[in-house]
Design a protein around this ligand. Structure first.
Ligand SMILES: C[S@@+](CC[C@H](N)C(=O)[O-])C[C@H]1O[C@@H](n2cnc3c(N)ncnc32)[C@H](O)[C@@H]1O
Length: 342
């Protein structure tokens, strides 16, 4: 099931396709290509609050030739109202209780409209994933503006009063926005099993459009695929993304394997780790989509030693996970540290 919670009319005046059409076409093409391998049909739900835009959306989607394996459900309602209905409905029960994967795309104007309570309910399932356009600047504006209801709005965004403690005392809009983003990531990671949370900072060609797409999943493969998709988008040249963690830390050169390899070595120094644990660390703490490049870097510098499973021998600097028992991170100084010492 795919839910576009802030669907819009389905197209834009400059004739670009909107997110509902993009989703429909993508899913249809997946079925056309691989349909024989996919057992379930797909439910597509588009939610749009504004009546006029909803009518346009209805026309846009109605004009599409219906594909039999996709069931479309249009809802003229606000995201929260529609989501409560969907969560309660028996028709979609399976999608909210593990049986079927659910991807929620939430692309609101501004910071409000996506109550954390709903996100929490959706993540009761192990197979839910979220892609949220998170307006971190908007959060900071609400906090600074202190309009009517500003406290309730922040409570709704974060699900509690943690913002009072965690995002106060910001020195600038950027600082406040970064704190808001960090807090939101933290709130997501506090949900049971939600280990894979990543913020992509999106920029247009002219560097003007600048927003965060926050992805959250309980599944390592989900995280890997989303990072790969963003990397592919980056290569088209129409969009660039950097990861928001990188920008905030501002420690490393994004393109430098060496820095990230050293970071990895530093984290596990003196320990043995299995490939899953290393992959998880790399996915959650570096822009890389696989740990292998970084491990090869370390291996060439003799900073790691690979212990194969019994019965296997390995080629130098190769990391086939199915043959590896553990990787030992040797207690040697990395050349990075040696450089900084002298
Ligand atoms: C940024 S646009 C979405 C654009 C769309 N994702 C796309 O890429 O084509 C946000 C849309 O959400 C609608 N909207 C605003 N508040 C909403 C709410 N609380 N629930 C559902 N839709 C809402 C707006 O009318 C607008 O069409």
């Amino acid at each position: 099931m795919y839910i576009d919670g802030f669907a819009g009319p389905g197209y834009y005046l400059n004739s670009e396709e909107g997110s509902p059409v993009a989703a429909y076409e993508t899913i249809k093409n997946i079925y056309l290509r691989d349909g024989d391998k996919i057992r379930s049909n797909c439910n597509l739900v588009f939610i749009e609050k504004e009546k006029k835009l909803f009518e346009k959306l209805n026309e846009t989607i109605g004009a599409k030739k219906k594909y039999p394996r996709i069931d479309i459900h249009l809802m003229n309602a606000s995201f929260d109202e529609a989501m409560y209905n969907l969560i309660e409905s028996t028709k979609y029960e399976q999608s909210f209780h593990n049986a079927q994967p659910l991807l929620i795309f939430a692309d609101p104007f501004g910071a409000t409209g996506v109550p954390f309570e709903i996100i929490k309910k959706c993540f009761k399932s192990e197979t839910t994933e979220l892609l949220l356009n998170f307006d971190a600047d908007g959060v900071e504006r609400i906090r600074k503006g202190q309009n009517e209801n500003w406290e309730q709005q922040l409570d709704e965004i974060f699900g509690d009063r943690s913002w009072e403690r965690e995002i106060s005392n910001s020195s600038s809009l950027t600082d406040g926005a970064n704190k808001a983003l960090k807090l939101y990531e933290k709130k997501l990671k506090e949900l049971s099993g939600l280990d894979y949370v990543w913020a992509f900072e999106m920029r247009g060609k002219n560097d003007k459009i600048n927003y965060f797409l926050l992805f959250a999943s309980k599944n390592i493969l989900g995280m890997k695929k989303m990072k790969e998709a963003m990397t592919a988008l980056d290569k088209t040249g129409d969009f660039t993304f950097s990861d928001a963690h990188y920008n905030q830390l501002n420690l490393f050169d994004k393109n430098s394997y060496m820095d990230y390899a050293n970071h990895l070595h530093e984290y596990f120094r003196g320990q043995h780790a299995d490939m899953f644990t290393i992959e998880k660390f790399v996915l959650c703490n570096t822009p890389y989509t696989s740990c292998k490049t970084l491990l090869q870097q370390l291996s060439r510098r003799e900073l790691v030693k690979v212990h194969p499973k019994s019965g296997f021998t390995l080629m130098a600097h190769s990391f086939p996970e199915e043959k590896i028992q553990s990787v030992e991170f040797l207690i040697k100084q990395s050349s990075f540290e040696q450089q900084t010492l002298f």
